[in-house]
Design a binder for this molecule. Structure first.
Ligand SMILES: NC(=O)c1ccc[n+]([C@@H]2O[C@H](COP(=O)([O-])OP(=O)(O)OC[C@H]3O[C@@H](n4cnc5c(N)ncnc54)[C@H](OP(=O)(O)O)[C@@H]3O)[C@@H](O)[C@H]2O)c1
Length: 300
């Protein structure tokens, strides 16, 4: 038996039809086969983003990343992995990488297309998953467990979203009157506020009453308010959960007189906030859903 392959692998799994049901599964995987490498999961971070992965596990194929027994799923998390045994020409034992891993002590992968930046996992189960989730970056110099290593493990994957949103708004936004960002205490939102601040765009962060003081302390937003300080949202400003099933009319374009007072760019980037029904209203769509929205208000 190759060094590093002995013993059992423990993995935290959830029931795919009820995420509150959790178990620890124990397996004794064979060592890596030709072309494969076995990695020890050194450290991973957890945030609301991983909840989205689980909620959208079927639709966006997140369950395919680390397959489990029928009915069970391994929620992907971002973290550090170290190769403990390898029969792949792309990865030498001892190397450390950063990327998606299961909540597990070890994971077997099929490294491919290795270069100076990292490699891709070419395991058959992951072939239909978006390429961004199959990429691993060398992280030999990082120190998981150090202060900076711990910050990186939670901030690194969320800053991609912050950067993408900022880049979109820089190219398409008319943000002279600023941006309103909900879930302002989230890492993704703080990253976006930081980038907008760097470009001189005024921001308002909206957050839960219990997070107001934390969000203010970040000093990333021009102003911060609790959701309880807002009036009831006008129906015309509500954001559809799923753009594919949008039933309301799209927002008028900026400059159209009908757009006065409405946000010009609205993005829903995750699914956490539970939808609240108005008293007396009928439940639509059956299942209770959540969402997390980023909202940018352009020129009125
Ligand atoms: N589309 C993409 O590519 C992409 C990429 C990365 C992240 N995301 C999404 O961006 C969102 C933020 O992720 P994050 O990791 O930055 O979040 P996070 O740091 O873990 O922050 C979570 C925040 O969400 C709000 N929230 C509302 N309901 C919640 C609930 N039931 N449980 C937990 N939090 C709840 C709270 O903010 P307030 O109190 O301020 O409301 C909370 O502080 C997630 O929905 C994630 O899926 C999307």
């Amino acid at each position: 038996m190759a060094p590093g392959t002995e013993g059992t692998t423990l993995s935290l799994q959830v029931a795919r039809d009820d995420l509150r049901r959790v178990r620890v599964a124990e397996t004794s995987p064979a060592g890596p086969g030709p072309g494969e490498a076995l990695f020890r999961v050194e450290r991973f971070g957890v945030s609301a983003n991983n909840v989205t992965y689980a909620l959208l596990g079927d639709r966006l194929r997140y369950w395919d990343l680390f397959p489990a027994e029928t009915g069970w799923g391994q929620i992907p998390v971002w973290g550090y992995l170290r190769a403990v045994a390898s029969r792949s020409g792309e990865v030498e034992p001892g190397r450390r990488a950063f990327g998606l891993c299961p909540m597990s002590t070890r994971v077997l992968m099929r490294p491919d297309r290795g270069d100076a930046a990292g490699f891709r996992d070419a395991s058959a189960a992951r072939s239909a998953v978006s390429g961004v989730y199959n990429a691993y970056f060398w992280a030999d110099g990082d120190s998981p467990g150090s202060r900076i290593g711990d910050l990186l493990v939670v901030l690194h994957p969320l800053f991609w979203l912050s950067f993408t949103l900022d880049s979109y708004l820089a190219e398409n936004g008319r943000l002279t009157s600023g941006a309103v960002i909900t879930s302002a205490s989230s890492k993704a939102a703080i990253g976006l506020a930081h980038l907008l601040r760097g470009r001189g765009v005024p921001t308002v962060g909206l957050t839960s009453p219990r997070h107001v003081s934390f969000v203010k302390q970040t000093s990333e937003y021009g102003a911060v308010a609790g959701y309880d300080q807002l009036g009831a949202p006008r129906r015309a400003h509500r954001i559809p959960d799923n753009p594919d099933r949008r039933r309301r009319r799209p927002c008028p374009a900026p400059g159209d007189p009908r757009s006065a007072g409405r946000p010009a760019h609205v993005g829903a980037c995750g699914r956490q906030h539970p939808r609240r029904r108005q008293p007396g209203s009928r439940r639509r769509g059956g299942r209770r859903r959540g969402r997390l929205v980023f909202r940018s208000a352009a020129d009125p």
